[in-house]
Write a new protein. Structure first.
Length: 305
């Protein structure tokens, strides 16, 4: 039997007690869906902490990065582990070279250079109070979002207000991306498009809880299924086509309107190629689609000399 390893981490695995993340139920939903789908395809599924000893991967044919949601805190160790798995003949999805490229959000500059519409961004090695004041003027906005260049799930992200600026000695403390706050996150929410082997599986709308702007479930965000218009689907497919790689096994393209008008352009927020949550509750067939794509990939790998 072909065995697929699903990479998790110490804070998403059941049994981690008080250290378990507040959104780890998303891991449970994913595993429940994948176990059934993989069984139907004749695949075995093994959930493994990505930091486990390499012996834990004996007999595994391929891995998907799953809920390895602490990778941003130890990126080099994560990349080294993926390389070690490949060296053992284990197919890694998505591959290490794609992960390395996608890990630092400067990849957005590369996609913008290939025609993807992105949110205006300042790329800084750190952000000071003076940098923030300059950014307010540059973007002519009253709110700024400051994000880590290597980060996920809005961890460490801050929202700055022009009329309540940070103290003069404030410093963000990380290589950062600085963007104007777009009010469409409140009026329409973020639109996410889930692709499996290059095909659009489903889309969803993610809205923040009242009084917040972050759409992740950790902060009370609410997700609902979204039926994309042809133009919306075309915009998301255009981002996928701009990737400098072969089609990834899975991808989630996150987009946001440039303005509060529902007809305004969609801008790319993230092209999530590492360990995106695929929202099985909004996409009932995503497990089946993923299991079939894994089967095809393993068959292809097995046919190579």
């Amino acid at each position: 039997m072909t065995t697929i390893g699903f990479l998790a981490c110490e804070t998403t695995l059941p049994g981690s007690g008080a250290r378990r993340r507040g959104d780890a139920y998303e891991h449970d939903l994913t595993i429940a869906l994948l176990e059934a789908a993989c069984a139907a395809e004749g695949l075995g599924l093994r959930v493994i902490d990505w930091e486990a000893p390499l012996a834990a991967f004996d007999g595994v044919d391929a891995v998907m990065l799953g809920t390895a949601w602490n990778y941003q805190d130890k990126p080099q160790a994560f990349l080294a582990r993926l390389a070690a798995l490949e060296a053992r003949g284990i197919a890694v999805h998505n591959p290490p070279e794609m992960v390395r490229w996608n890990m630092t959000k400067t990849y957005l500059r590369a996609l913008a250079g290939k025609g993807a519409a992105t949110i205006p961004t300042l790329w800084l090695e750190d952000v000071t109070a003076r940098d923030a004041q300059a950014a307010f003027g540059r973007f002519d906005c009253d709110r700024l979002v400051v994000k880590r260049q290597v980060g996920a799930g809005a961890m460490g992200q801050v929202l700055l207000h022009r009329d309540d600026p940070p103290e003069t000695d404030w410093r963000f403390g990380h290589a950062a991306m600085v963007q104007p706050y777009l009010t469409s996150i409140e009026s329409e929410g973020e639109l996410s498009f889930v692709f499996i082997a290059g095909e659009l599986s489903h889309a969803l709308r993610k809205r923040p809880a009242a009084g917040d702007y972050r759409i992740q479930s950790l902060y009370g965000g609410i997700e609902t299924r979204h039926e994309p218009s042809p133009d919306e689907a075309r915009a998301a497919r255009g981002v996928l086509a701009a990737l400098p790689f072969a089609t990834p096994l899975y991808a989630r393209i996150d987009m946001l309107r440039a303005g509060s008008d529902a007809e305004s352009d969609l801008l790319l927020m993230e092209a999530e190629l590492i360990e995106p949550y695929l929202y099985p509750e909004q996409g009932g067939h995503v497990g089946q689609n993923l299991a079939r794509a894994l089967t095809r990939s393993c068959q292809l790998e097995g046919s190579r000399p």
